[in-house]
Design a protein around this ligand. Structure first.
Ligand code: IPE
Ligand code: IPE
Ligand code: MG
Length: 240
């Protein structure tokens, strides 16, 4: 695929792990395990085709509502994946995490910081993992920090613009998402990148659950994206 034709930033809502497992009579955690290996394959593929930013929705602020053993199995997968992330620097993949890290144990937070630090000079794909991420929490946190600065007199209300506000988000130095892909037949955002997706294109894929998602499905979504006309409120198509 020609690099010139790629969206800058793709977001993926990796949904359908549980249903994939249930269909096979397996426990849901096996679906998460299969989903994790699909994720690794897609991240490598995205880097190979020259994509600049890929954000994957790994765990939402609402996913804590699930049974404790399911949450534990997801965190265990995260822990072992974080150890593998050391290899990304060599593959020229830069790793970033967005979401509230304070809910995680010190060892997980340390591994996240190490993965970011080790890969910070990579110039290929920026792989962003949304973990304990919620768009509303992100916006609320930004508003709280701005209010604190204003209360201290460090910031005037008129200095708050869309541009300055967005610098308080987790994604402060990351361009807005261009394309959001959601497999599994659900047609919603579920609190993913709600600020950053104001002008995103959406591709919902009915026929595929995340563990079955293939590089060809990413290609197909990007192809679909190219047939969209992005006007950003104006009259001319600014896509491509
Ligand atoms: C997505 O798959 C993974 C997480 C939300 C952590 P699900 O676990 O939501 O799978 P379904 O939607 O129940 O099939
Ligand atoms: C969204 O999927 C979160 C992730 C994929 C991590 P969910 O399965 O949690 O979303 P809902 O509950 O169907 O909206
Ligand atoms: Mg789901």
């Amino acid at each position: 695929m020609n690099e010139r034709f790629l969206p800058t930033h793709v977001g993926i809502i990796m949904d359908g792990n549980g249903r994939w497992a249930q269909k096979r009579g397996l426990p849901r955690k096996m679906g998460h395990r299969a989903g994790a290996s699909t994720f690794k394959e897609i991240a490598r593929y995205a880097n190979k085709i020259g994509l600049k930013y890929l954000t994957a929705y790994v765990f939402s602020t609402e996913n804590w509502k699930r049974p404790q053993d399911e949450v534990d199995s997801i965190i265990a997968l995260l822990r072992s994946y974080l150890d593998e992330m050391d290899g990304y620097a060599k593959e020229n993949i830069r790793v970033r995490f967005i979401g509230d890290r304070t809910s995680f144990d010190d060892d997980i937070r340390g591994k996240m910081a190490r993965a970011e630090e080790k890969s910070k000079n990579a110039t290929g794909l920026t792989l962003i993992l949304a973990i304990n991420y919620g768009g509303r929490a992100e916006i609320t946190n930004a508003a709280r920090r701005i209010a604190e600065e204003a209360a201290k007199g460090m910031l005037q209300p008129e200095e708050i613009t869309e541009e300055s506000f967005s610098r308080y988000l987790y994604t402060n130095d990351i361009p807005d998402v261009d394309l959001i892909i959601r497999p599994s037949g659900e047609y919603r955002l579920s609190n993913f990148l709600i600020w950053q997706s104001a002008y995103a294109e959406y591709v919902f894929m009915d026929g595929v659950l995340w563990p079955n998602f293939k590089p060809a499905d990413l290609d197909a979504a990007i192809e679909e994206y190219h047939h969209r006309s992005r006007r950003f409120g104006g009259l001319s198509n600014q896509n491509g």
